[in-house]
Design a protein around this ligand. Structure first.
Ligand SMILES: [Fe+2]
Ligand SMILES: [Fe+2]
Length: 181
């Protein structure tokens, strides 16, 4: 599955969780469980997205603005998430803050899907989105796995430079193949 489809799948899950939490309310057991689920998946989503997608947007003059906007919106979402995780809020205040958080996140998702993805498709090489989709899923899985039960295999968490170097290597081989043909 290509990167944008993998990201959209996560987004759909976030939308459902936000709706269900608002219906359940933060004080109910179900609301608390759903909020925990949302927190861990969203934190991992943002981390992997920054690592594999925003890093690429940053490298291109045309798409740099999306990376800056994305980082800013992630920063705001993480700040509100941290406040929601604190135990100092009463139920009513928590629910109102969650509504604000949810509006920020849903707006961000809409922008990513309608603007960022469409405008950045061309910066990727052929097959690269497919490859990044697999790396994203693998990386997300690793980040969701408790450190104690992780394997020692390091290849799954690829530093952004390695991904870029890999992309450069492929670019060369595509060129070489064209030359040979
Ligand atoms: Fe996203
Ligand atoms: Fe995002």
């Amino acid at each position: 599955m290509e990167l944008f489809d993998v990201l959209k799948k996560d987004h759909d899950q976030v939308k459902v969780l936000c709706r269900r939490i608002q219906t359940a309310g933060g004080e109910s057991g179900a609301g608390k469980r759903l909020f925990q689920e949302l927190t861990s998946m969203l934190e991992v989503h943002m981390q992997a997205e920054e690592h594999l997608y925003y890093a690429r947007l940053e490298d291109n003059k045309e798409t740099l603005k999306f990376a800056i906007e994305g980082y800013e919106e992630h920063r705001l979402a993480k700040m509100l998430l941290d406040e929601l995780k604190s135990k100092n809020l009463n139920g009513e205040h928590w629910n109102i803050k969650f509504k604000v958080f949810s509006d920020v996140v849903l707006h961000h998702i809409e922008e990513e899907e309608d603007e960022f993805f469409e405008s950045s498709r061309d910066i990727f090489e052929e097959d690269e989105l497919e490859e990044l989709g697999s790396i994203f899923s693998e990386q997300k899985q690793q980040l969701l796995t408790p450190a104690s039960s992780r394997t020692t295999r390091r290849s799954s968490i690829k530093p952004r430079r390695a991904v870029k170097a890999k992309a450069r290597g492929r670019k060369k081989s595509v060129r070489a193949r064209r030359k040979a043909a």
